[in-house]
Design a protein around this ligand. Sequence first.
Ligand code: SAH
Ligand code: SF4
Ligand code: F3S
Length: 439
Amino acid sequence: MAAPTYHTITFGCQMNRADTERMAAILESLGYVATEDELQADLVLYNTCTIRDNAEQKVYSYLGIQAQRKRKNPAIKLIVAGCVAQQEGEKLLRRVPELDLVMGPQYVNRLGDLLAQVEAGNQVVATDPVEIPEDITKPRRESQVTAWINVIYGCNERCTYCIVPRVRGQEQSRQPQAIRAEIEDVARAGYREVTLLGQNIDAYGRDLDPKTNLASLLRFVHSVAGIERIRFATSHPRYFTEELIATCAELPKVCEHFHIPFQAGSNEVLKRMRRGYTHERYRQIIQLIRQYMPEAAISADAIVGFPGETEAQFQETLQLVQDIGFDQVNTAAYSPRPGTPAAEWPDQVPEEEKSDRLQRLNRLVAEVAAARSARLLGQVQEVLVEGPNPKNPRQAMGRTRGNRLVFFEGNPEQLKGSLVPVRITATRAFSLTGEAIAV
Ligand code: SAH
Ligand code: SF4
Ligand code: F3S
């Protein structure tokens, strides 16, 4: 008999993508084989996101098709994992009774046990808060060059717009030894770069006994042989210390790129968001980073149209983007999320206004990013090759230490995983073109 097949679809952030890689590995350890065709798969797993309403709605439209399939063929297994699963729990079963398993993000490493319950004929909902066990299976990673390493799960902040603490639960840091062991593992498997992951990664270690922090963790993992580059995301301005900045500047493998969301440029809005810093404080952090690492790339997230945001307050966001000169900003229109305080506030900004602000912000972000890229013209940048340019397989694609995508002529399969010096010959807002320099 042919092995059963599985198909996964991932929505949302890097955390979810890392979670899918671990669940895929568990499925393979149970004998499942991956298939590209979601309409043929014996098991379909959706790893879902609920950060904004449109992310949530996308999941329901996908699920409809699978529910129909399952009605014809009850042997198919349907799983909803991730943040919508956690948010909706039992309700999801009522809405889509065809589901076999609804599991929150804290259950990723327990997929095997949950599937055993499904095999025994149960419909399972796993959303109670639990301690996340250390992963014993090796993730089935998408890339062969750069690996995600979970460092801290969950979020203890209470930003008034955000669903993440409700769906990801309390902070749980992994032990430094476990993190280092995983990095040694990926280094042995040939990976050259790791990205340490957490919702607020700079809060790492405060829940451990003895307490530790991200700067110490970076020092602890820095000597792993074979790893050439270390990144981390996402940083919260509240926890970004000078100690961390100095450590990044000192450790050669830590890349000069920092993703530090500011969300808004107005102190009044920041306060209502309950972010715990002012735009002045945010500017200080960036200034300090640039004192230590003048060429550091800075990226961020921002929200427009938060309840009560006036045009003048929005202008302060534009001002901040202009002044800092971001390399990239992920922007979004505010989306009310169930159970969050801001969703209940009466002073919601009209949709048209939100999308108008979003467009204006995006235009500015592209301008500012283009200016940052332009500085690299003619320079030689070190590029870690990840594989072919998906749009032109004769070109290799990789990233600079500052996290800019670079395309250049070269054999992607041969160069994959190597660090290539590339002279930049053309620049765009979010990517570069160059020529490899013979070495
Ligand atoms: N922990 C990170 C961000 C995690 S969520 C931090 O605190 O910075 C990723 C991004 O989604 C956020 O930075 C924010 O910009 C956006 N986001 C979160 N909730 C949102 C909402 N209700 N509407 C629109 N964007 C939202
Ligand atoms: Fe959400 Fe705030 Fe936590 Fe980030 S820090 S995940 S925005 S609650
Ligand atoms: Fe989405 Fe959950 Fe990440 S809501 S952004 S997948 S933490």
